[in-house]
Design a protein around this ligand. Structure first.
Ligand code: B12
Length: 280
């Protein structure tokens, strides 16, 4: 949760940033989140859960100008969940639509969705929301997230990245968030959607010959991940990279790499720059 420094005598020493983290953890717990859901979150997300965030707008399409600060109001999360509990789809869509326009696609995707879904997960475990409520919210988020990338608006020689999840992996929202981040970094996103067998993915990838195949692993046993990647590696030529992301992604599987959102975006930007300099 917080790893203290040690003095020569072994006494724990906390820095300003440790203390800030303790404060944010406390505030997020007070706001109703479970400590076990919080421990691995980075400072920015913790600040949002604690209701104290101001984040820099990084969107390239939305109305807010790049570099401006936007504030995520925690009441917007509570309001959307409230309507979803009533199964009031119109107001759920209205609330989420407002946040999408207000925050811009990028901040909506990487901040608002994560805060909302972490809260949904906590409420679900506490038995405070029904499966119907979760499905309503997931469907509304999915339709907005799908709007955040669009193959027709990418550059002609953009690196293609194919996105999907293994057969039994239903969790799809993280995949869509990652696809949006990739598109913003300059990739042409080919989203195959979730739950595809390795053979089907392999054939699709061979047809498109992308720069990379990106897989999301949120609830996939290690053995299944390993077998899935092995099967794909047998089908795909070596230059096609396989990237794993998601909370369950394991970094001890041969033939692929585990990447975070930022690392993936940096990787894509690098290829975009190389291709741009090669053509200029
Ligand atoms: C919504 C949800 C569902 C929905 C999914 C709807 C949909 N269309 O996606 C439904 C109802 C289908 C569902 C089902 C289940 N769920 Co569920 N679900 C959730 C919930 C509430 C949100 C998931 C989510 O979207 N998270 C938000 C995104 C933003 O997070 P993420 O997926 O990790 O993605 C982020 C990063 O990991 C990364 N990322 C993700 N993919 C990729 C890919 C690449 C390439 C990169 C670079 C990055 C990247 O980017 C994202 C943004 O940061 C979570 C609770 C929670 N706290 O997350 C539980 C949760 C994920 N579910 C869980 C479980 C156990 C299940 C079920 C087994 C429940 C059951 N008993 O049936 C089933 C499994 C179904 C299956 N076979 O897959 C567990 C998983 C625990 C684990 N890993 O061991 C969680 C954590 C809840 C819990 N605390 O128990 N679930």
């Amino acid at each position: 949760m917080v790893t203290p420094l040690r003095s020569d005598g072994g006494t724990r020493r906390y820095t300003e940033s440790h203390l800030k983290r303790f404060q944010l953890l406390g505030a997020a717990v007070d706001a109703g989140h479970r400590i076990s859901d919080l421990v691995e979150l980075d400072q920015a997300i913790l600040a949002q859960l604690a209701g104290t965030v101001r984040t820099r707008a990084v969107d390239r399409q939305a109305s807010n100008r790049k570099g401006e600060y936007v504030t995520l109001d925690p009441r917007s999360v509570t309001e959307a969940i409230g309507y979803a509990k009533e199964l009031d789809a119109t107001n759920v869509e209205r609330c989420l639509g407002i946040q999408y326009r207000l925050l811009g696609a990028s901040t909506f995707r990487t901040h608002f969705c994560r805060v909302l879904l972490t809260r949904v997960g906590t409420l679900w475990e506490q038995g405070e929301i029904s499966m119907a409520t979760e499905h309503l919210l997931s469907a509304a988020l999915k339709s907005l997230l799908l709007r955040t990338f669009d193959a027709s608006s990418t550059a002609a020689n953009a690196p293609k990245v194919v996105f999907t999840t293994p057969d039994d992996e239903q969790h799809e929202l993280g995949l869509l968030i990652a696809a949006g981040v990739a598109a913003d970094a300059g990739a042409e996103v080919i989203n195959l959607g979730p739950q595809l067998p390795a053979d089907v993915v392999g054939r699709a990838v061979l047809k498109q010959h992308p720069f990379a195949l990106a897989l999301s692993m949120v609830n996939v046993p290690l053995g299944t991940q390993r077998a899935y990647v092995r099967r794909l590696r047998n089908i795909l030529p070596d230059p096609i990279q396989i990237w794993l992301g998601g909370a369950d992604a394991r970094n001890d599987i041969a033939g692929c790499e585990v990447l975070g959102l930022e690392e993936m975006a940096a990787r894509i930007r690098e290829v975009v720059a190389v291709r741009a300099s090669a053509t200029s």
